[in-house]
Design a protein around this ligand. Sequence first.
Ligand code: TYD
Length: 216
Amino acid sequence: MRHGFITLEGPDGSGKSTQAALLAEKLQRMGLPVVLTREPGGTEVGVRLREMLLDPDTQLTVMTEILLMAADRAQHVEKVIKPALENNMIVICDRYIDSSLAYQGFGLLGDIRPVLGINEAAIQGIWPNLTILLDVEPKVGLRRHAALSPHRSSGDLDRIEQRDLAFHQRVRDGYHALQNIYKERFAVIDTTLLEIEEVDQKVWEVVVQRLKVGIC
Ligand code: TYD
């Protein structure tokens, strides 16, 4: 029985990547074996798919986008996530299936069923034990994103970030719907008014409580 598959989810600018790194560091300091990875782009093939998926000059149909995200995930599960879990490592993944359900399902199609079907084939039954949703209002998130990446101008947003506010709002509402569908594995932290250290503290509390890390 494995217990160590943690995913971080949230709208753009929710601070997932920072929090994923902080959590991995903490677990590693406790001597636990951790794999920190992300989607899209957690494998060599995935890096190439990520470039294609996020390049504003790529013209993708909705179905192509769904399938490429799922292809990235299939490769990642087979080559990285499954072997690590089989070796009893803790896997922390910055975005996973819920990103496809929120962005492509709720954000683009307005229906998660086709996205769920395709992704169930990609993940081979490997669902996270814990999904931490870092919630943030889209306006705040996109502003934060720009502030954290001062090298980027607004014209530098990637293909998905460039979508309008209504899309990002559907994604955020979609995450709330997913939290209701998958109550048992979801934990939500509202990051709107919190500093990085405060979010870090809350993430840690959730991990200790849900996965009993550091207790036994
Ligand atoms: P991310 O790496 O979190 O963005 P950044 O490093 O720029 O903060 O994710 C890249 C984008 O891909 C993000 O806008 C969300 C999107 N995405 C999907 O639309 N569907 C998916 O299944 C995944 C994994 C990501």
